[in-house]
Design a protein. Structure first.
Length: 728
């Protein structure tokens, strides 16, 4: 059996289907090689495979530890026999329900070499054959077209060098007209299928001979670059940079870009205005421009309305907090509560251990005593759950609070249907992007009070903008910064070292603190990635469970700056799965072998399942027959069809970004110089503040030093701070 890494081509037919996923067409089949008795396994994306299909398959050999050599399909071509017994065998193989051997034989005998042409183009003639009536004729035509249209589309995508894995998603969007639309209107994909649409459209258009200076192409390239910038956190681009990138990436003349910008601005697809950087004009996608304008307008409107019904003096505040929470506020905390009560909008910010949570609880008690209705929200499901736990009150994600409709893509709560609340408290605001903040502020009732709580030194939102930092920088909303670390937190090496890193100081790695029993923060030196991986495995499997009694899976979370490489999430998850979950996989599932007991993370908000981006659960069971995988989230079971498993990843190791808004008993953070581009102070600070009881850094002192000193995080282009400062 060949096992080389070169591309190999096989001719033959499918003997039997071992596994087939109707949602993504992932197939595992036994394949009989032509003119031999060789029977091999082939696997890959192949729509509607049928035993007996004759194929020309191209791919690479790989060896599965359990199933041995198998050919992973890169491309394939369906070879339809056009005459004689082979065609009879093919038509009666089960390809078309109700068409048996005898009828297929009469069909081929009647039409001969024209059989396929008749099926595809002259369906009415099928009734000329004895035994084929109107119902069977319709079945033959419709089922043939359904099977071969999809195969034709797959071949078209392969010819254009496009991943066939996108096929099902495109077909779900366009149905029977898919190939026609791709050939004649490829740039429709840009708007209909965000993310992958542009690259597919561009490839098809160029391969079809479209002119590089086609005005439609120029416009789509510009809009794509603006979307790309938003994905990188920016709300606008500079016009000159857009022209240069269009030339470098797409070979488009700058004069054509200038024309396209003017046209898009006239159609209100984009907005061009003087840049906050005082250079070339800023170019906004209209939606982001609208969002910045809307946030600035709402905050100024809130601040312009005086408060008349929240007057409480220090004694009254102290009494209410003491009565409801049995705690006494510090002087700093009391001043913050008094300040919040005096304004219709305010920001509370501070690092770990400075009492943000206590202030939120206190504000709930005080506003409650005034008869105010209070809404609590956070940007993620985990952060909302945590907010609910610490306050003892119901909290929701911002999306859920606003009634987001994922099917239609709109929010039920808006200016015309505002939230029914007197006080809106939003936690973990550093994670809220520009679009979400706009949706929240526009749904806020005019007389409401808005309180934003967060740590401005945390990583910014994944989406565009830097909302919390911009609001603070604008200096028009009252900002209450908490600087005092409370005694209990002051005794924590995690809190102390987090604040040291926040100030740009090297963390205290003095071993004396460990000897005195304050063993919450460690640094373990490991210069090479393989050494770091080995130490992480040792800590997770034996050291921490045995010495501290931590659960190997639930209590320990590895946080890493990157996805690729030996100490990236992908490799660490594979290694840790083998070490921490010895149970065999119930069945090979495309992409990854999930096993009962695996720690997994949900990747996108799914409102039907009530599971949100970043939620971590445990695989409870895998049912190969029903093709259902069950995950337990916080004592609640959620089922996934095998076709939905792209919503899950292993979560023994996750990125630092994905950890925002969460806390874990113990975190392990690998830091090596291979991470150079991601070694930043706010990333290290964010990772360290995720640990409640224990933080362990593993890596080189040099990498740690780089991270602490590097405060030059990628600057986000945003106009919100200037709009807030100069509004009106």
């Amino acid at each position: 059996m060949p096992r080389d890494t070169k591309t190999n081509t096989l001719m033959g037919h499918i003997e039997r289907i071992t596994f087939y996923n109707r949602d993504n067409h992932y197939t595992i089949a036994r394949f009989r090689i032509e003119k031999t008795d060789g029977l091999v396994t082939i696997l890959g994306t192949m729509p509607n495979p049928t035993p007996g299909d004759t194929l020309k398959v191209t791919g690479r050999w790989e060896t599965h530890p359990r199933y041995g050599p198998q050919l992973r399909i890169k491309t394939y071509e369906a070879l339809v026999p056009d005459r004689g017994d082979e065609l009879v065998k093919y038509l009666s193989s089960g390809l078309i329900s109700g068409l048996g051997w005898q009828t297929a034989k009469r069909l081929v005998a009647h039409f001969g070499e024209a059989t396929i042409d008749v099926i595809e183009n002259h369906a009415v003639r099928l009734k000329e054959v004895t035994g084929i009536g109107e119902v069977l004729a319709f079945k033959i035509t419709s089922q043939w077209k359904a099977k071969h249209a999809l195969r034709s589309l797959m071949a078209f995508l392969q010819e254009n060098g496009i991943k066939t894995a996108y096929c099902q998603r495109i077909v779900k969007t366009y149905g029977d007209d898919t190939e026609k639309i791709l050939r004649t209107e490829p740039y429709r994909l840009v708007h209909d299928i965000p993310g992958i649409g542009f690259h597919i459209a561009e490839t098809i258009a160029i391969n079809a001979g479209a002119a590089r200076d086609d005005p439609l192409r120029v416009r789509e390239c510009l809009l794509h670059l603006l979307l790309q910038a938003a994905e990188n956190g920016h709300t606008y681009c500079l016009a000159d940079e857009l022209k240069q990138r269009c030339f470098d990436a797409f070979e488009i003349n700058p004069d054509l870009v200038e024309t396209a910008l003017s046209e898009l601005a006239a159609e209100q697809e984009i907005v061009m205005e003087p840049s906050p950087e005082r250079g070339p004009p800023a170019v906004y996608h209209y939606r982001l421009y609208e969002a910045e304008i809307g946030i600035a307008a709402k905050l100024h409107a809130l601040l312009s309305v005086p408060l008349t019904d929240t007057n409480m003096n220090a004694e009254q505040i102290t009494e209410q907090v003491l009565t409801n929470l049995a705690l006494k506020l510090s002087v700093e905390q009391l001043q913050v509560v008094e300040g919040i009560l005096a304004h219709r909008a305010g920001v509370i910010t501070g690092g770990p251990g400075t009492g943000k949570t206590t202030l939120v609880r206190s504000l709930c008690a005080v506003f409650g005593s005034l008869g105010k209705t209070i809404s609590l929200a956070a940007p993620t499901g985990r952060a909302a759950r945590r907010l609910s736990e610490v306050t003892g009150k119901k909290a929701a994600t911002v999306h859920k609070l606003l009634g987001y409709n994922p099917t239609e893509g709109y929010f039920e709560r808006d200016r015309d249907n505002p939230l029914e609340t007197d006080v809106m408290i939003v936690d973990e605001v550093s994670m809220v992007d520009t679009i979400l903040m706009y949706q929240l502020t526009r749904a806020l009732p005019a007389p409401a009070i808005l309180i934003l709580v967060g740590d401005s030194f945390q990583l910014p939102s994944v989406g565009p903008g830097n909302v919390l930092a911009d609001i603070i920088a604008a200096d028009i909303v009252p900002v209450f910064s908490l600087n005092t670390i409370f005694r209990q937190a002051e005794e924590s090496p995690i809190v102390l070292n987090a604040h040291r890193v926040r100030r740009g100081l090297f963390p205290d790695l003095d071993g004396e603190a460990i000897e005195q029993g304050r063993s919450e923060f460690f640094f373990i030196e490991a210069q090479q990635p393989d050494d770091a991986v080995a130490r992480i495995c040792q800590l997770c499997t034996r050291t921490l469970p045995e010495s501290l009694g931590l659960d190997r899976v639930q209590d320990i979370q590895v946080l890493t700056p990157m996805h690729k490489g030996e100490v990236g999430t992908i490799n660490l998850n594979q290694v840790l799965q083998k070490k921490l979950n010895a149970r065999p996989a119930a069945e090979k599932i495309p992409g990854v072998a999930f096993r009962p007991g695996d720690k997994v993370m949900h990747l996108r908000n799914n409102y039907q399942k009530d599971v949100f981006n970043g939620d971590i659960g445990t695989v409870a069971s895998v049912d190969p027959k029903a093709k259902v995988l069950r995950v337990n989230y916080y004592d609640r079971n959620v089922d996934y069809d095998f076709g939905e498993l792209d919503e899950l990843i292993l979560a023994y190791a996750i990125s630092v970004h994905k950890s925002q808004g969460s806390e874990y008993p113990a975190v392990i953070i690998p830091l090596l110089t291979q991470h150079f581009i991601l070694l930043q102070r706010n990333l290290l600070y964010t990772a360290m503040t995720r640990g409640k009881q224990l933080v362990i850094l593993i890596g080189s002192p040099r990498a740690l030093e780089i991270a602490v000193k590097n405060d030059k995080t990628g600057r986000r282009r945003s106009g919100l701070a200037q709009r807030l400062a100069t509004y009106g």
